[in-house]
Design a protein around this ligand. Sequence first.
Ligand SMILES: CC(C)(COP(=O)(O)OP(=O)(O)OC[C@H]1O[C@@H](n2cnc3c(N)ncnc32)[C@H](O)[C@@H]1OP(=O)(O)O)[C@@H](O)C(=O)NCCC(=O)NCCS
Length: 133
Amino acid sequence: MKIRNLKSDDIDMVINLLINSFSSRYNRPPFVENISDPKSITIVAELDDTIIGVASLYIIQKLTRKMGLIEDVAVEYEKRGQGVGKLLIKNLIKKANLQGCDKIILHSSQDNVSFYEKIGFKVNEKQMILRNN
Ligand SMILES: CC(C)(COP(=O)(O)OP(=O)(O)OC[C@H]1O[C@@H](n2cnc3c(N)ncnc32)[C@H](O)[C@@H]1OP(=O)(O)O)[C@@H](O)C(=O)NCCC(=O)NCCS
């Protein structure tokens, strides 16, 4: 298994993985600019020419600091519990540190809090949301 940056050939497999892991809300044309934008990094876990995991990091430039936002973390159902998710997150933490982020945030369901805590994240503040669609 290897962790590498997203390539355009991966997009269909990644979208399927996100739909299976989350919802059909992911069934939209992907923003392929992501692939060449250093502020928007998606990595995948590849095993035997199949994408079994995905995770994204967005670098957000604030007035005085940079922060990282981790989003869309998913591992193929049959491959869960084998360390793939942890490897993906650790890889993104390294990338965020290299880009000079002074903090990394993410949104977690209650079910996944322990997964992120094992990697070193702490529950902090409340998330609020206003959806347009
Ligand atoms: C959450 C998810 C990404 C974890 O990926 P994974 O590859 O199964 O996780 P790992 O095998 O790397 O787990 C690392 C550690 O966290 C633990 N862990 C994983 N998921 C956990 C959970 N939901 N609750 C508690 N512990 C969990 C593992 O047991 C392992 O513990 P260990 O280091 O003591 O052995 C995966 O379950 C998934 O894709 N879920 C559906 C999509 C989703 O909810 N994504 C997260 C959005 S917030």
